[in-house]
Design a protein around this ligand. Structure first.
Ligand code: SAH
Length: 398
């Protein structure tokens, strides 16, 4: 069974995690896995877009070249945004010829683009014959945030998220994850830069562990996008063992989708809670940020009218987070077709926020952006050829 498909229900999540944990090393992937593409049965080319520094060095070693070539290639690909080896003028002519023959720089293709009235841009990207993902650029005063996807669809089935309705197909490769940033930066041109990346698009990043770590490494590499760890945020619904592992290998900022102050309600809203309940999750958050130099964890809390927005629940949230170095980001619920929830009123949100703040926790409310093009949180759907048999899965859970 394809382990990437495993999280068809909550019980099978660890299987997926094992799959991710024991996935091939970067080196393996350079030589035979996702970075190598078939060109309609002709030559097999290595897609250098998906190689982080270590993998790129390994590639050059494997062809008898000096590993420092990796830095040059990373700069050309990610800083200059080129996909043409012939333009890489600090490489010898023969090296350029070799790379043209054996390699490629192949991002996902843009299927279409939508522009919202508030400046938000949504790219729908074709990742293979049957699947599309979505990437969203959110411009703000002094910064530009790119919200990227980590999987085609999502298997976690959170009841308030439209991506869950689509089911799940597969993990994105490193090239497909970093390719979203590559494409966005190229399309935005020189005037507008991506200053922040959030892994808050389609998918659960920690269930695509190795590829997400390699892609975020590239985002933070001095020879690539050079984003500081404060500007790369991974949002997770709480895959606890993977979160611990992340703490060992990465430095990204962490956001956690909590959405409820007690296990009973969280089991309903975020079903993975049945596997990793709130206490285990918050303990893992503490371990993650306990490491020197890390900041607070951002606790995401979507406000659903009459479900999780009462003053008592706000007080419970404040209490729960008393010993967790955290800040709370309240997210007004964004509706989608057939969703069973409504967004709390602005007054309820303001009151909820006030109570949590009074408990001593910095609390912000996320501005809803890009709503007119369905680009807001939880509205990303792409086009997913569902392989997870969602109907069976729902029957199993309900
Ligand atoms: N799987 C990851 C990242 C994707 S979702 C996670 O769960 O964190 C990114 C954020 O948007 C999460 O906090 C998610 O709970 C929230 N979200 C999902 N659907 C939403 C909706 N309809 N309205 C508002 N926020 C939503």
């Amino acid at each position: 069974m394809d382990s990437a498909l495993a999280p068809a229900n909550v019980d099978s999540v660890p299987l997926a995690l094992n799959g991710a944990t024991h996935a091939p090393s970067q080196t393996d992937s350079v030589l035979k896995n996702e970075s190598v593409s078939e060109n309609r049965g002709e030559a097999v080319k290595t897609n250098l877009l998906g190689l982080n520094r270590k993998a790129m060095e390994e590639y050059f070693r494997s062809i008898g070249e000096k590993p420092f070539r990796a830095s040059q290639l990373l700069q050309w690909i990610h800083q200059r945004g080129t996909d043409d080896f012939a333009a890489m003028t600090n490489l010898s002519k023969s090296m350029r010829g070799y790379l043209t023959e054996h390699c490629e720089i192949r991002p996902p293709e843009i299927a279409h683009v939508q522009y919202a009235s508030d400046g938000v841009i949504k790219w729908v990207l074709q990742v293979d014959a049957t699947n599309r993902i979505e990437t969203v650029f959110i411009p703000e005063e002094g910064r530009g945030t790119l919200c990227i996807s980590s999987q085609v669809g999502c298997a976690l089935n959170c009841s308030f998220c439209s991506t869950a309705q689509q089911g799940f197909n597969r993990n994105l490769s490193v090239a497909e994850i970093i390719g979203q940033l590559w494409v966005a930066q190229r399309e935005l041109g020189r005037e507008r830069r991506v200053t922040n990346v959030v892994l808050m698009g389609m998918g659960e990043p920690l269930l695509n562990f190795n590829n997400v770590v390699d892609a975020t490494d590239l985002m933070m590499d001095d020879f690539s996008y050079c984003l500081s760890k404060r500007r790369v945020t991974l949002s997770t619904s709480g895959v606890v063992p993977a979160l611990d592992r992340l703490g060992e290998v990465s430095d990204v900022s962490l956001a956690v989708s909590l959405h409820a102050p007690d296990d009973g309600l969280r089991n309903e809203l975020v079903p993975i809670n049945r596997k990793y309940p709130i206490k285990e999750l918050l303990d893992a958050c503490k371990r993650y940020i306990g490491t020197e130099g890390r900041r607070k964890v951002t606790i995401e809390y979507v406000l659903l009218e009459g479900i999780n927005d009462s003053p008592a629940q706000a007080r419970a949230l404040g209490k729960l987070l008393a010993n967790v170095p955290s800040k709370v980001n309240l997210i007004p619920f964004n509706p989608f077709p057939n969703s069973r929830y409504r967004c709390s009123s602005p007054e309820t949100i303001a009151h909820f926020s006030e109570i949590v703040q009074k408990a001593g926790i910095i609390t912000t409310t996320r501005k809803t952006r890009g709503v007119d093009i369905d680009a807001a949180c939880g509205q990303l759907v792409g086009k997913v050829n569902d392989r997870s048999k969602r109907h069976f899965r729902l029957q199993a859970i309900e």
